[in-house]
Ligand binder design. Structure first.
Ligand code: PHE
Length: 463
């Protein structure tokens, strides 16, 4: 059907591109914070177990759907079963909702990277800098455009010459940078104005040593939910990306081995981000510093940490934001590709037209998101209790509502309508071993949909 379909040149290209998608802002600004908040070690153990079971099942399912159908998310579900086409539409709407605000945040990262690069990183640590920046009516839009443009250039290059090539260069650099900053964070110590000295190694305890005394049934449940929500987002499943990337995977690639490598990559980087961020924040801000996650952590707390480090802080800050920019770009590229492949397969557009079309849509919506902090400013409280602006609404609807729905639908389709054997046949079609086969069947039919349903009910405030 698709003889001229692009493909990754081999297993490494696929793994690095998929890992590039999985490793993103979530690994850096949410994982360390959740780990610290939920009592360190326990969160990590739960996360690991879930990654190897729940995450593995979802990832395997999507990649095999992609490779089996050789179709984009929008068209793949309909090819598997005509009645399930609407699920494909939903799976394509999600990246279309995420793309605009991901580019806005990418734009913020560009701005901070440039500030540190030009030696004025200290300014970003001043009180009110971040709020001043995002409430400005022009700079954030300009930065969003820069980030979007960068992403489009990569996707325009195609699968092997664009996405794969880019990931093969960026991902190794990202690993080196994060390793370097993590080691640096462990070597620092600092005495504050009250004469208290804290060291990076002590900070590491917060991350790894479980705080078992305060564990109750309720906290265990909320840790489980946190770990699951984080994992789900972190693996980039339920938004069509892994179907699109799977559709570009060569038929002779060992699929289950590649999935294992993506899991190791994504989880390894999340742990390293913890080793990098927790000690640094702890040394300069104490345990209280650990209370911010998301934009608050990255754009307010960390610049203060870099400023405390003195001159070297500007260099570390520059490397840090370069690393975040790499992580964010490879993720944005994957979101854009999920949409572009859908437009190409559904509307028979060429890559250039499909990219320009989605680029335009993302630009218009991205500008609206930027204006949500000034001209269109309002505050609304979401069902999960968070006070939201336009960006948070996009985020909530896509991540908390639509993604679990698509994932539950995918589990039902594969687990009950097609039966897991259909995917297993795809995974083992060259005679490969599939060691986690039994686990896969139980996960995709029973455990994953139930866990996802609980996640969804929690997001809408029912439990
Ligand atoms: N998986 C990415 C992360 O952990 C986030 C992401 C979300 C990537 C949506 C692509 C699409 O940050």
């Amino acid at each position: 059907m698709n003889n001229d379909r692009n493909s990754f040149t081999g297993s490494i290209g696929f793994v690095l591109a998929a890992a590039g998608s999985a490793v993103g802002l979530g690994n850096i600004w949410r994982f360390p914070y959740l780990a610290a908040r939920d009592g360190g070690g326990l969160f990590l153990v739960i996360y690991l177990v879930l990654a190897l079971t729940f995450g593995f099942a979802l990832l395997t399912t999507e990649v095999s759907i992609g490779r089996k159908t050789k179709q984009s998310p929008l068209t793949a579900y309909g090819v598997l079963n005509k009645k399930w086409k609407p699920l494909g539409i939903l799976a394509c709407v999600i990246p279309m909702m995420i793309m605009p605000y991901y580019c806005v945040i990418g734009g913020w990262v560009v701005k901070y990277f440039l500030a540190f690069l030009t030696g004025s990183g200290a300014q970003t640590a001043e009180d009110g800098y971040f709020t001043g920046f995002i409430t400005d009516t022009s700079t954030p839009i300009g930065m969003t455009i820069v980030f979007l443009f960068l992403t489009m250039v990569v996707v325009l290059g195609g699968v092997d010459k664009g996405i794969e090539k880019f990931s093969k260069i960026i991902m190794p650099i990202l690993v080196v940078l994060i390793l370097f900053i993590a080691v640096f964070a462990l070597t620092i110590n600092h005495t504050d104005t009250e004469g208290i000295t804290r060291s990076g190694l002590e900070g590491l305890k917060i991350l790894f040593v479980p705080d078992m005394e305060s564990v109750t049934v309720t906290t265990f449940f909320s840790t489980l939910m946190d770990a699951m929500g984080q994992l789900f987002y972190s693996l980039s499943v339920a938004m069509g990306i892994m179907i699109a990337y799977g559709s570009y995977m060569k038929d002779d690639t060992n699929l289950s081995k590649a999935i294992g490598q993506i899991e190791i990559f994504d989880t390894g980087i999340a742990f390293l981000a913890g080793v990098m961020i927790i000690p640094a924040v702890y040394v300069f801000m104490g345990r209280e510093g650990m209370q911010a996650s998301g934009p608050g952590l990255m754009f307010i707390s960390l610049p203060k940490v870099f400023a405390e480090m003195g001159v070297i802080g500007n260099v570390i800050g520059c490397l840090f934001f370069a690393m975040v920019l790499f992580a964010a770009t490879t993720s944005a590229v994957s979101i854009l590709e999920a949409i572009v492949s859908s437009f190409m397969d559904q509307f028979k557009l060429d890559r250039k037209r499909a990219t320009l079309l989605e680029g335009f849509i993302a630009l218009v919506l991205g500008i609206i998101v930027c204006l949500g902090y000034n001209r269109f400013y309002f505050e609304i409280t979401l069902p999960n209790g968070a006070v939201a602006q336009i960006l948070d609404i996009f985020d909530y609807v896509s991540n908390n509502l639509l993604m679990p729905i698509v994932a539950i639908g995918t589990c039902i389709l594969v687990g009950w309508v097609l039966k897991p054997e259909a995917m297993i046949a795809e995974i083992t079609k060259n005679g490969e071993k599939f060691t986690r086969k039994g686990l896969y069947i139980v996960m995709v039919r029973f455990i994953a949909p139930i866990l996802l349903l609980i996640l969804l009910l929690k997001a809408v405030g029912v439990i």
